[in-house]
Design a protein around this ligand. Structure first.
Ligand code: SNW
Length: 276
């Protein structure tokens, strides 16, 4: 009846307009159970220079531990099409929150602060934050950071940690790892504060040294998604659990982080209780 269809049509129009102007991804529906920008397709915001977590190879293709682990998880969810796009780290969570991407993947630590704007999958990595330096910089440890210049990538946990703990240090913010490391190599800064595995990779490449490795186990990395997508989050967590249980996580960890201590909580359940 007319009196009922008109308000319906108006409501639909209003909803469409609000969705359009807020830029929010579509809500979950029968054809799109996870509420993706386009069903059957995952658009992923990442960074191109966080080797070996997420980086672009010589052909511009995204690769690394987080990229391969996420792609495996997506396939377990029945999604074959996964596209990674590189942003500055500081741009990832805002872009995921406002629906420009379905997921953020880049060793993104789960913190209460970040959970105010996005949701996270369960954790899949827990490691260290590293102060990387030149051997001639005078920075030997956390104490000798005082009166030195320390580079951080804007918006990272390293940025927050440095502000909270390195009161005597000059903090210099960069948009990405590569520009921060270039500043270290040309003496513009005395050290760079970044994730442990990336530090290791730059240390090998440029003969740099670790001055400090600070545990960040309380902020394990997770996949970031927009809030209020319970089916999407549950499917991600189920696939993550399966990839840990069948040894895929372990295989990728050994492939990308050879020689690094392996957090036991992500191994198959049987391996966690064994003595070895
Ligand atoms: O908190 C750690 C976690 O324990 C693991 O070592 C992986 O890295 C972290 O998630 C921290 N990562 C930084 C952050 O979340 C930087 C991420 C990046 O540069 N892409 O801010």
């Amino acid at each position: 009846m007319k009196s009922q269809t008109l308000p319906h049509a108006l409501a639909a129009l209003l909803f469409a307009a609000v969705t359009l102007f807020s830029g929010a991804a579509p809500a979950a529906s029968h054809d799109n159970p996870y509420g993706l920008i386009e069903p059957g397709h995952l658009r992923v915001a990442s960074v191109g220079d966080a080797k070996p977590y997420t980086f672009t190879d010589a052909n511009g293709k995204f690769t690394g531990f987080d990229i391969e682990f996420f792609t495996d998880v997506a396939h377990r969810m029945g999604i074959q099409q996964v596209d990674f796009i590189g942003l500055d780290f500081a741009g990832i969570l805002p872009a995921v929150a406002n629906g420009q991407y379905d997921v953020g993947v880049s060793a993104i630590g789960i913190t209460p602060e970040r959970e105010k704007t996005v949701d996270f999958s369960s954790g899949y990595l827990a490691g260290y934050l590293t102060v990387l330096t030149r051997s001639d910089s005078g920075v030997k440890n956390v104490d000798s950071l005082a009166k030195h210049r320390l580079a951080v990538v804007q918006g990272t946990l390293q940025d927050n940690y440095a502000v909270a703990h390195f009161k005597q240090t000059d903090i210099v913010r960069f948009p990405d790892n590569n520009t921060a490391i270039a500043a270290l190599n040309n003496d513009t800064v005395d050290a760079v504060f970044l994730d442990y595995e990336s530090a290791k990779s730059y240390a090998d490449r440029y003969k740099l040294v670790h001055a400090a490795d600070i545990p960040s186990f309380d902020a394990p990395a997770g996949f970031a998604i927009a809030k209020d997508k319970p089916a999407f989050k549950a499917a991600l967590n189920k696939a993550i659990k399966a990839a840990m249980e069948d040894g895929t996580w372990k295989r990728l960890y050994i492939k990308w982080f050879p020689g690094s201590p392996m957090p036991k909580q992500y191994l198959p359940a049987a391996a966690q209780t064994s003595q070895s």
